[in-house]
Every structure is written in structure tokens, then in C-alpha cells.
Design a protein around this ligand. Sequence first.
Ligand code: DHB
Ligand code: FE
Length: 285
Amino acid sequence: MAKITASVYTSHIPAVGVAWDLKKTAEDYWKPVFAGYEYSKQWQKENKPDVIILVYNDHTNNFGFDLIPTFALGMNEEFIPCDEGWGPRPIPNVPGDQAFASHLAHSVIEQGFDLTLCYELGVDHGLTVPLSLMFGDVDPWPVKVIPLHVNVVQYPVPSGQRCYDLGRAIRNAVAAYDEDINVHIWGTGGMSHQLQGPRAGLINKEWDNQFLDDLIADPKTLAKKPHVEYVREAGSEGIELVMWLIARAAMCEEGQQPVVKHRFYHVPASNTAVGHLILEAPSSE
Ligand code: DHB
Ligand code: FE
């Protein structure tokens, strides 16, 4: 039986990918950002899953405002990094898992979530920056990845509750898979940031840290937080954080407390606050 043993949460800031690719990680500005992922790279080496369900949002690099699915699953055996305007990142293509993705699609759709299924899917910084932060420079990527895109760029976007419920459905789907595989689920995006308009540059450390506390301790209540609070308190792009609820809801039984292996928060990086958590499933499972 497949099992989710851990979840990872991280910002997916494009400038972090550029700093990594241009080998600027030791510069004064970037050093504290990358220092927050030193433990994570070691942990990831020691806790390598067979497959990662990677929840992220496309930023109109693969999809566009003309066509943007609310929830879309990557079904292919390979996903190609997008050219986001400064050339594709110099990283390997991302290997998929067609058999597992097909199972997830069947099970999650049967449970009432009508996913869009993508065979051709370019992946942008939302997915590739977290991979670099957790695995470093590797070729090929050492695990299979199933991309799960969530629309958080064009309203109406799914509610925190809907994201949480999708996470529960994913948990059921994983548990119903016959293969004996180790699965991690990642939630990416956030934390507080606003990229445009009069409030551009908004950061809210207090709100972000409360979000991290609540995500760990009481995600069910956190799921009830309305969109308008994310946008008001964490900026227009702070809404990316609803994606973290998918991963958190999937990783253990409701009411069970995960083991906090790592927590990191840093301001600033590009226009945002960096947030990062590693949670392991309780050992009683
Ligand atoms: C930026 C873009 C993002 O998609 C994000 O999640 C955080 C920051 C940026 O352009 O700085
Ligand atoms: Fe983003």
C-alpha cells in the first residue's frame, strides 16, 4: 500500500531559482535564504520518497488567462521547464509517474473533484524552485513528481476549505494504491507578498508566523479562513498559501499531530517572505 510519510512546504520565489542557477547563493543577500535549506537538503537525502505529489501554481507560463484550470494533474512521464522570459532554467526535465497519476485521477475524481488532466504540461518556478531548494544540483532528479496545479492567479480561486478537502481526497487515493511506495506531498507558494499596485512589497511577519503555527496545529480551523483575509493581511499573492492546506490535509489523519522536523522564516527574498516547513507523519501510523 502507498503511504504519505512526510510533507514539505516552501515559498517558490523565481529570483531564488535565478540566484541558484547563477551561483549567487553565497552572496550576502542570498546567504541567509539558502542557509534555511541546508538542513532540508540533508533531510531530503536521508528521506527520499519514490514520488512527490507537488502542489504548485502556474504563473501564466504554461496556462494563460485565456484558459486556466482550477485543479490540474500532470499525467505525463516527463515535464519540461518553461521559458519564463529569461530562458528555461538549466535543470533536468522532471520525471512523472503515469501509473500513479492515473490512479490518483480516477480516485480523486470519483470522490467529487473534477480535476483537469494534463498530458503536455510545462512547469514554471512554482514547481522547479522548490525542487532545487530540496535536492540541489542533481541530474537526473532522483524522484518522480506528480504536478498538481492550483489556480491562485485568476479569480475566482478555490477556497481554503476546498483545498483542504482535496487534500483529504488525495490521502484516501494514496491509501487505496496497491503499490508499496513512499509518497511525500509538497505545498508551495507564499508567504505574504504583493507584487503589484499601491501595496506592492507588503510583508506581514506576524500573520505569516501565525499561519505556520495554525498549519501545524489546527489546519481544519485554518481551512475556514476566507480569501479576503489572505489578501488583506498577506497581500494579493499571499493567497498562494491555500495550496499548503492541500498538503497538510493529506499528510496525516485529522486530529493527529505531525512531527515538526524543520521550520524556517526569513525576510526578505525578492518581494516576499520565505517560509518553509518539513513535517513528518506521526510514527504511530
Ligand atoms: C515572486 C513571484 C512568485 O510567484 C512568488 O510566489 C513569490 C515571489 C516574485 O516575483 O518576487
Ligand atoms: Fe508564486
